[in-house]
Design a protein around this ligand. Sequence first.
Ligand code: CTP
Length: 421
Amino acid sequence: MTSLSNKRILLIVSGGIAAYKALDLVRRLRERGASVVPVMTAGAKAFITPLALSSLAGAKVHDELFSLTDEAEMGHIELSRAADLVVIAPATANILAKMASGLADDLASTLLLATDKRTLVAPAMNLRMWLHPATQRNVATLRADGVLFCGPEDGAMACGEFGPGRMSEPLAIVDAIEAALTGDTTLPLPVGIAAAPGTKAPPLAGRRVVVTSGPTHEPIDPVRFIANRSSGKQGHAIAAAAARAGAEVILVSGPVAIPNPQGVTVHPVETAREMLAAVEAALPADIFIAAAAVADWRVSEEATEKLKKTGGGAPVLTLSENPDILATVSRPGARRPALVVGFAAETEHLLDHARAKLARKGCDMIVLNDVGTGTDTFGGDTNEVTLVTASETIPWPRLDKTEIAERLIETLVPRLEAKPS
Ligand code: CTP
């Protein structure tokens, strides 16, 4: 077994001289047990033939957006989602520009827009094209969207110039693919990104953020559980916003019915105790945000068989208190994240309860929301919150949950930077 056994890579080859290296990349991936589904742009076919690519991949090359046979077998949406990872190698300036602006005018760009999987790109182009402010802007946008980069490298170009723009070697791309599939997203910044005029690294680049989201389910017996109305929308939106800000994000999520956010490693859990274990495994981190609605209680002894009506009256459930994840992570010590943020869902005496919770849990900030009857908070798309710290009370207007997530991350960035590292 290798780390690529049974992994399915959707490999998009775009049109550049480095396309010949994509053939070697396919070979290396298959040697490690991955299956490769190849896609070619029209430009790629000017450099290598579909026959060569499909022979090495042992699979048919997809190249047409409106192919009746392909759509009948596997539509382009399904094609983009059946993969474990989407890889573009080589990625030209043109395909990066299309991705950054969300264009979908051929099969490759449509797949990139439709996918719900991580995308790793290995750029290859002339150094002037790479260093052009337009390309650098596009790369910064893509990184903020959670797209992973491998290279380009410095080196001699096919055109005779020397500088950044060479595609990484196939084995380096294989390493990056393994890292992307195991959740390690701290791939090196592409050459030229930090140096390029007018661009700067996204604010949370190199930082790790751990977020909890959704409800927990506490089993009563094999068919019943204690739960709550949390949809996970707010926590998932925060994880997505942190990823857009360049962080490596680990989302520990209870059972939810919403899609995983882009560019985030998701650890699904059911119970509070599983959530605590997954959070502790994800530490150390720079920021911890506890947005989950953790069940405070669990049934002391989960029945191994379904509880039946016996005619002798209702069963009595004895409850035990669950571990407090937020309070545990907030405990002072070397592993405490620099910033710990909790949520408080309250129905009355909102500010008093939030301040008490801030002190009791030992976190740096409480995001207070009113979940009283008549509010749209649980399950809805909007939220009205007040940020509470030891010295501040900052009320925000009712906003979309994605907007709250965005603003929360913006608020946390300077606070994190102000902390001694
Ligand atoms: N929380 C947690 N682990 C728990 C309970 C709560 O991490 N076992 C976190 C939540 O994710 C949230 C914060 O603590 O960030 C407050 O949750 P809330 O349900 O409002 O508070 P409780 O701790 O349940 O306190 P109370 O019962 O007094 O409302």
